[in-house]
Write a protein that binds this ligand. Structure first.
Ligand SMILES: Nc1ncnc2c1ncn2[C@@H]1O[C@H](COP(=O)(O)OP(=O)(O)OP(=O)(O)O)[C@@H](O)[C@H]1O
Length: 259
């Protein structure tokens, strides 16, 4: 098997008495889309927050591009090309679209010894990102994010990740509360970034959305991995059944790799 982009072994995470993750092995291949599913409290968000450097595991190892990594802060994960987009925290309402895109990574120019914000470059690049992701309705990148729909926000956040050359894009519930058309747009983005060689982890309670774009489906239950299977080996209904029962419903052929 080719070396995975990301590999996690035996990840344990506790919050006081709650064992959110109980020794999870997880990997993501290059240009692979992994659908991460499971019931409320299964440990999905905790797992991706460890990948993104928000939380540190209590035990286990993580490898990125074959090297052992320890992310003590989200900036360290970002520096390696790991971008996470949260459903609600995708963008900051009060700021303009371009400020949101470059937040914390603003381009600067030098005037003598002083570095100042390069507003023209920021606007130019933000405009090109909006065109690339197909947000043609927006007339200027200096518009406030508050004016955007939920789907447009997700698109901008995905465009931002791509602009900063993400190698691994993590989408936590990207289609929750979106219209059918907006959901379509976000799922198309996933397929598009995969074509560009980017790996994606997509978390969703909507198994059909996950199923449509994923190469592999991983299900967690009470902090344990209960399913890790190529998409073509399982139906959405079987995935739902596994989540509902918390275990494989019927003995499966070996190649299904249910765990
Ligand atoms: N910061 C925290 N402090 C205390 N407990 C936490 C914290 N974050 C998560 N937990 C607990 O860890 C467990 C796993 O939560 P997590 O959010 O990872 O699940 P999830 O699968 O993402 O669920 P959901 O689909 O509801 O978002 C739950 O029991 C949750 O209450």
């Amino acid at each position: 098997m080719a070396e995975p982009l990301l590999e996690m072994r035996g990840i344990v995470k506790r919050f006081g008495r709650v064992e959110a993750l109980r020794g999870v092995d997880f990997h993501v291949g290059r240009a692979e889309v992994v659908g991460l599913v499971g019931d409320n409290g299964a440990g999905k968000s905790t797992l991706v927050k460890i990948i993104a450097g928000v939380y540190q595991p209590d035990a286990g190892q993580m490898f990125f591009e074959g090297q052992p990594v320890v992310f003590r802060h989200p900036s360290e994960a970002r520096a390696r090309g790991i971008e996470i987009v949260y459903q609600h925290l995708a963008l900051i309402d009060l700021l303009s679209i371009d400020r949101n895109i470059f937040l914390g990574r603003e381009p600067t120019k030098r005037i003598g010894p002083i570095a100042i914000l390069d507003k023209a470059r920021m606007e130019r690049e933000a405009w090109s990102i909006l065109q690339d992701i197909g947000l043609r309705r927006i007339r200027s990148p200096s518009e406030r994010v508050a004016k955007l729909s939920g789907g447009e926000r997700q698109s901008v956040a995905i465009g931002r990740a791509m602009h900063f050359k993400a190698k691994l894009l993590i989408l936590d519930e990207p289609t929750a509360a979106l219209s059918v058309r907006e959901t379509r747009r976000v799922l198309d983005h996933v397929l598009e970034v995969k074509k560009q060689g980017v790996s994606v982890i997509i978390i969703s309670h909507n198994i059909y959305h996950v199923y449509e774009v994923s190469d592999r489906i991983v299900a967690l239950d009470h902090g344990r991995k209960i399913l890790d299977v190529p998409r073509e080996k399982v139906t959405p209904e079987e995935v739902i059944d596994v989540i509902r029962t918390g275990a494989p419903a019927t003995p499966q052929p070996e190649e299904n790799q249910r765990v």
